[in-house]
Design a protein around this ligand. Structure first.
Ligand code: DGY
Length: 324
């Protein structure tokens, strides 16, 4: 029997059952959030009162202010997400708190959601679904809900990390010509034929559809603004599976109203879940509630990966996905 006491863990969310079961087996769970309503900063600080580590998720308010209020017992934060824009990484580093995330395991699920957004927006799936569901469909007509064909179009990708590359691979299945803008050009084998633009403006002027898959934050905040939208061809379709902060909402909504952007597929929003209500009023939006990684497979894998990181940390090893 291992004589060491189990490390104490605060769970800010209700994670998938198999993940909860493993967390309970390996750790002394000192705080939970059974309602699964995102906790505010005060509650997270209170939950952490007796904890050695926090197991949190995307959107939890763990910015620098919250980190400053955490008790000295907290030595690690494992987030159930690849994104870390909800965590004050510098503040954590300064306090010697290790932070880990869950890359890789949600790549395919999030790329699938990106393709769903692209198809849903371009083919007016939400309008069609509402027509049928609300009993307003009076039958097939030659001109009903004509969308834009995705196959064979030019797709621009902002952010050619793991998710962007998986989207590119899937898009090639639709015979799309893939363009991308990234901080730096990828090696040829990762590029897989995608066309690199060091200048975003050059990419925006050529494409028919734009997929935002970058993590957001920092210099990418409000990246899709009025100036960049004006560079795109009239009728471009825009999708966002990265972060809501990539988009300047006033600019995108104005372009959706004018038709300059034909349709937008959005899975992420600034200030979730309080998205700009004007998105709901536009018929040419296809809106999802941050479902990017929402598959049983991905969510279990994310939970296990977060726990692998904590296991490594408390065994004295370097957590594989340590980012601070
Ligand atoms: C992430 O992991 O950052 C996602 O946005 C949550 O699914």
């Amino acid at each position: 029997m291992d004589p060491r006491p189990k490390p104490r863990l605060a769970l800010t969310r209700l994670f998938p059952p198999d993940v909860m079961a493993r967390a309970r087996r390996s750790y002394a769970v000192v705080a939970e959030n059974p309602d699964d309503i995102p906790a505010d900063a005060d509650r997270i600080v209170a939950m952490a009162a007796e904890a050695d580590a926090i197991f949190c998720a995307a959107g939890d308010p763990l910015g620098a202010d919250t980190i400053a209020r955490l008790p000295g017992s907290v030595k690690a934060i494992a987030t159930f997400s690849v994104g870390t824009d909800h965590i004050g990484l510098d503040a954590a580093k300064a306090r010697g708190i290790a932070v880990t995330n869950t890359p890789d395991v949600l790549t395919e699920a999030t790329a699938e959601t990106t393709m769903l957004l692209l198809l849903g927006a371009a083919r007016r799936a939400a309008e069609g679904e509402r027509l049928v569901r609300e009993g307003r469909w009076t039958g097939w007509t030659p001109t009903q809900l004509l969308g834009r064909q995705v196959s064979g179009k030019k797709l621009g990708i902002l952010g050619m990390g793991r998710i962007g590359r998986a989207v590119a691979r899937m898009a090639r299945g639709f015979l799309m010509e893939v363009h991308y803008h990234n901080r730096s050009r990828l090696p040829e084998e990762l590029e897989a034929g995608a066309i690199y633009h060091s200048d975003a403006a050059a990419m925006l002027a050529q494409i028919d559809m734009l997929a935002l898959t970058a993590p957001g934050g920092g210099p990418l905040t409000n990246w899709l603004n009025a100036e960049r939208i004006a560079l795109m061809k009239p009728g471009t379709v825009v999708v966002n599976s990265g972060r809501g902060t990539l988009v300047e909402d006033n600019a995108l909504i104005a372009a959706l109203k004018s038709g300059h952007v034909a349709a937008a597929g959005l899975d992420v929003f600034a200030n979730e879940p309080q998205l700009d209500p004007r998105y709901r009023e536009q018929a040419n939006t296809f809106l999802l509630p941050h479902l990017g990684s929402a598959t049983v497979e991905a969510r279990n894998a994310m939970g296990f990966r977060a726990l692998d990181n904590l296991d490594a940390f408390f065994s004295g090893d370097q957590p594989p996905d340590r980012i601070a």
